[in-house]
Design a protein around this ligand. Structure first.
Ligand SMILES: Nc1ncnc2c1ncn2[C@@H]1O[C@H](COP(=O)(O)OP(=O)(O)OP(=O)(O)O)[C@@H](O)[C@H]1O
Ligand SMILES: [Mg+2]
Length: 317
């Protein structure tokens, strides 16, 4: 069953220089399109994962889904109703749990806040126990916890208003590799128990692979491919997805990601004509430089590529 329907979602930001500087330098207003015509559906109780490089528009989509940012065009609908403001049934988990937890509040009050703000009753101790902490931790302050524990507090907080959807924006990127899996497993367990849906945002395909029911790949604000993980990893239909997969497992000796991908992300203020990926694409032909491909059904998923049928993974014949 569809929980959140995103349709034609577009968001522009005004990135002009300050007025005086602009007038003196005779510069026009400039606008950056962070998200462009994105349509997707998040099913109830499922995980939709958004992946893409830095600046591809992941957080901007997440904030619009959570009602924290207004779309320039298009909309997010929940139960057929356009999202225009934050809602009790949609909550967020952020990358940096410390920055999102008020350091002067006791953990119990932090965790209960989204519910209490809406007049709902909550038992902070019970919430903390659900995320693997102790009820008495409610009396302590955020600085008394480790990074992984703080992210558990962030998860407990997101759960307090009994949401149906949690937007998790890079929920494990700030954590040690060993702790990442624990937090992801916690999210998966909670999903099984409560039927909560996730919009999981990550730049890291390996994080997403075992969590997602559907993966959406973003490039420069546009959805370029969407498919279930098994399809996407075995038979990517977009050359950008193939490049992400080829780059994904390459970790250095410390288990850190090596700086991935070939080529640079183009300037989002002045994207290349045609397919925005064409300057980096090994398969690009003239058509790709002229005409932007539409997102269309390819196999069991969708892809926006003129050469979708010819995409191959490295080392795969
Ligand atoms: N408030 C803003 N004002 C101007 N530009 C913005 C604003 N917020 C985001 N942008 C721009 O919009 C684009 C998308 O940003 P966004 O934060 O959504 O990307 P992201 O995929 O979440 O990146 P990251 O992986 O680094 O978090 C970027 O080019 C960014 O600079
Ligand atoms: Mg982001």
């Amino acid at each position: 069953m569809s929980l959140a329907v995103v349709e034609g979602l577009t968001r522009r930001f005004d990135v002009s220089k300050p007025w005086l500087e602009r007038v003196i330098g005779r510069q026009p207003k400039r606008s950056l399109t962070a998200v462009s015509d994105v349509s997707m559906t998040i099913e109830a109780g499922r995980t939709y994962a958004l992946v893409g490089e830095s600046g591809s528009g992941k957080s901007t989509i997440g904030r619009m889904v959570a009602g924290l940012l207004r779309p320039s065009e298009g909309e997010v609908r929940i139960d057929g109703e356009a999202v225009r403001a934050p809602r009790a049934d949609v909550q967020m988990i952020f990358q940096d749990p410390y920055a999102s937890l008020n350091p002067r509040w006791r953990v119990g009050d932090i965790v209960a806040e989204p519910a209490r703000a809406r007049g709902m009753e909550v038992e902070p101790g019970a919430l903390l126990e659900r995320v693997g902490l102790r009820a008495i931790d409610a009396q302590r302050y955020p600085h008394e916890f480790s990074g992984g524990q703080r992210q558990r507090i962030g998860v407990a907080r997101a759960l307090s208003s009994r949401p149906r959807l949690i937007v998790a924006d890079e929920p494990t990127s700030a954590l040690d590799v060993s702790v990442q899996a624990q937090v992801l497993n916690l999210m998966k367990d909670l999903q099984e128990e409560t039927g909560i849906a996730f919009l999981l945002i990550s730049h890291d395909l390996t994080v997403i692979r075992h969590m997602a029911d559907v993966i959406g790949v973003l490039y420069l604000g546009r959805l370029v491919e969407e498919a279930a993980p098994a399809t996407l990893f075995e038979r990517p239909a977009h050359p950008y997805t193939a490049m992400l997969i080829d780059a994904a497992p390459k970790l250095d000796g410390f288990g850190r990601e090596v700086p991935p991908p070939v080529g640079e992300i183009p300037d989002p203020i002045a994207p290349p004509p045609g397919c925005a990926y064409n300057p980096r694409c090994p398969l690009a032909i003239d058509l790709c430089r002229r005409e932007r491909p539409a997102l269309e059904p390819v196999g069991p998923g969708r892809a926006a590529c003129h050469r979708a049928g010819e995409v191959r993974l490295e080392g795969v014949a």
